[in-house]
Ligand binder design. Structure first.
Ligand SMILES: O=C(O)CCC(=O)C(=O)O
Length: 245
């Protein structure tokens, strides 16, 4: 993988750097105790999901409904004011997923953009395509403008140095719209990736359209991340977010 650690992510002054690069590193968004309380609630959900799936599971979805601590964190004044600094519109949390890489599920994620959103029901709408159902919830690929208005916060619940399956991103790739396979090949061949090394309690803020990937952990223990997507409340044509109605 074409990746380097330690490039400076701008001067960490916030929105203009976020607009340019499509990601921003924010230290100490949650304390170790807060992370541990989230872990204590999320691990049983993850283990139950793994047992029901009888396979290697990367994560658990729909946590704004099933994990009260996730919903409280996602809606807290602190996190809302943080998100507000990086977004033009009033944003609400619309989807939360818990990811873990561990010795039983030490997965690789190929380069991709996050193109799907979770909605309450399928209403066929121009510009919205590729409907699917994930864990019982309708998902769709909206037009790029909707994804461009969204912000994802990834809270790290474990230390995540580069070798612990840290996320890699291509700075600026979120500004290229939805990318095809050839575009992705071009990015991977020509641009150095940034390795998002994070400590427990740190966050990574990113645009869903940024090209990202992650390798397996080299010495898998845990690499737990709470991924929360924020978006403006309103969608066209009567469409409603699954987790905000
Ligand atoms: O947590 C990761 O390493 C990547 C997860 C991800 O990007 C995804 O599942 O879309």
């Amino acid at each position: 993988m074409n990746a380097v650690a330690g490039i400076r992510n701008g001067d960490a002054t916030g929105t203009s750097q976020f607009d340019r690069d499509g990601f921003h590193l924010i230290p100490a968004v949650a304390g170790a105790d807060d992370c541990d309380r989230l872990i204590a609630e999320l691990m049983p959900l993850y283990e139950r999901h793994s047992a029901a799936t009888a396979g290697k599971v990367g994560g658990v979805r729909n946590l704004l409904r099933t994990s009260p601590r996730t919903a409280t964190f996602a809606n807290s004044a602190k996190i809302n004011s943080l998100i507000r600094q990086f977004a033009d519109d009033l944003m609400v949390p619309v989807r939360a997923i818990f990811f873990d890489k561990n010795p039983d599920a030490n997965w690789r994620v190929p380069w991709h953009q996050d193109l799907a959103i979770a909605l309450s029901e399928q209403i066929d709408t121009p510009g919205f395509g590729g409907w699917s159902v994930k864990d019982g919830v309708p998902h769709v690929h909206p037009p790029a403008e909707i994804l461009e208005g969204m912000v994802t916060l990834r809270l790290h619940l474990d230390d995540c140095p580069g070798h612990n399956g840290a996320l890699r991103v291509f700075p600026g790739s979120h500004r290229a719209g939805k990318l095809g396979a050839d575009d992705i090949t071009r990015w991977t061949a020509t641009v150095p990736a940034f390795i998002c090394e994070r400590a427990k309690g740190d966050a990574l803020l990113m645009r869903p359209l940024i090209l990202h990937a992650s390798p397996p952990a080299e010495l898998p223990g845990h690499r737990r991340v709470l991924h929360i997507e924020y978006a403006p409340k309103e969608l066209p044509n009567g469409l409603k977010w699954f987790d905000f109605q």
